[in-house]
Design a protein around this ligand. Structure first.
Ligand SMILES: *Cc1c(COP(=O)(O)O)cnc(C)c1O
Length: 370
């Protein structure tokens, strides 16, 4: 079956006469479970919950491929999913290698809480011939592709092979593309880590995340971390995510087409310093992106000459809503460097194409840039 078909049907409950068609939220702290706890599927809501199970099965199907039967665990945010992987793998003396311009909160988390206990943090050079050296002795390669917000592309297959040869495990932050656009486990990654807050659920009303793996034993310490730390998703949020997931194929197709049209429009203007979109043939990572992605995704970044010009653009835009985050059905944009720890160019606008009619978005861009 096509992946999109599986996703569209992911909130259906098992076919039992007289029962609801779709999954419903199960709100329970304790469950009826007398005697030996091992005899009950559910006992206590920090350990497991049937609504999580439905969502995790849907996410596992999304992360699977003909050769991989993935397993997934949900978390209360993308960062909680990131933290669970770090806590499971990184010990004093260990080393994580990551791009210097990925999602800045991941760098801050490492800087504030892992470096001080003796975890080494190294940046992955962009030049291919320096990457092997950077991976020597590493515990974990933390990739992000496309990166947020500059949309750099890393070759997941090649870097996974390099990292494995160096004895490191590989995690890919797959938030920007979503697992429907980019199946990182089949490209060789050990962990797919996703913030479901963005395009995966797409309604801009949820914060959640997940970790998926191909080898089930890799999930054990992550599962244990979740249970012991209590880093758990509420069942209502799990249910809202189940309502949102089935529209992912429709949303992603439309938003990616809109993003490509926006990127093409911007690339044709002389007042834009740079347009960053992996779907443009002129993007330095386009060839690799075309190999490893089925959609180029909703995010387009572009650089205006300075902060003032970028702020003027945002103030003049009427349809394009100024807001952080991305991947919603509504088109949004923000000047990334307004966040103090973000390293992007002061004039960089990160835009997230939504599902509106493209003519209206392009008209709005034309007016806001005039
Ligand atoms: C937003 C984001 C995260 C963090 O997700 P939250 O759900 O906000 O915790 C991690 N990685 C990337 C690439 C993101 O864009």
């Amino acid at each position: 079956m096509r992946k999109s078909t599986t996703v569209v049907r992911s909130h259906l409950a098992p076919a039992v006469n007289g029962e609801a068609l779709t999954a419903s939220p199960v709100l329970s702290g304790p469950f009826h479970a007398s005697g030996d706890p091992a005899a009950s599927a559910y006992t206590y809501g920090r350990f497991h919950n049937p609504t999580w199970t439905t969502l995790e099965n849907a996410l596992a199907a999304l992360e699977s491929s003909p050769t991989i039967a993935a397993k997934a665990l949900v978390f209360p945010s993308g960062m909680a999913a990131v933290t669970a992987v770090f806590e499971a793998l990184l010990r004093p003396g260990g080393t994580v290698v990551l791009p210097a311009n990925g999602y800045y909160t991941v760098r801050m988390l490492l800087e504030r809480f892992f470096s001080p206990i003796g975890v080494g943090v190294r940046f992955l050079p962009k030049q291919a011939d320096l990457q092997g050296e950077a991976l020597r002795g590493a515990t974990l390669l933390w990739l992000e592709t496309p990166t947020n917000p500059e949309l750099d592309i890393y070759d997941i297959r090649v870097l996974s092979q390099l990292a494995h040869a160096a004895g490191a495990l590989v995690a890919v932050d797959n938030t920007t593309a979503t697992p429907l656009a980019q199946n990182v486990l089949s490209l060789g990654a050990d962990y797919s880590v996703v913030s479901g807050t963005k395009a995966l659920t797409g309604q801009s009303d949820l914060i959640l995340g997940h970790v998926a793996v191909a080898q089930e034993e890799l999930l054990k310490p992550i599962h244990e971390w979740r249970t012991l730390s209590g880093s758990i998703l509420g069942p209502m949020e799990a249910w809202l995510a189940l309502r949102s997931l089935p529209s992912l194929p429709l949303r992603l197709e439309r938003a990616s087409a809109n993003a490509l049209a926006i990127a093409g429009f911007l690339a044709g203007r002389s007042d834009i310093l740079r347009v960053l979109y992996p779907g443009l043939p002129s993007h330095p990572g386009h060839e690799i992106a075309a190999q490893q992605m089925d959609y180029f995704g909703p995010v387009v970044s572009f650089v205006l000459e300075d902060r003032a010009r970028a702020e003027r653009f945002l103030a003049r835009a009427e349809l394009v809503t100024e807001a952080t985050s991305f991947g919603g059905i509504v088109t949004t944009a923000e000047r990334r460097a307004r966040w103090p720890k973000e390293s992007a160019h002061p004039g960089l606008i990160r835009m997230s194409a939504g599902c509106e009619a493209i003519e209206d978005i392009l008209n709005d861009l034309e007016n806001a840039l005039a």
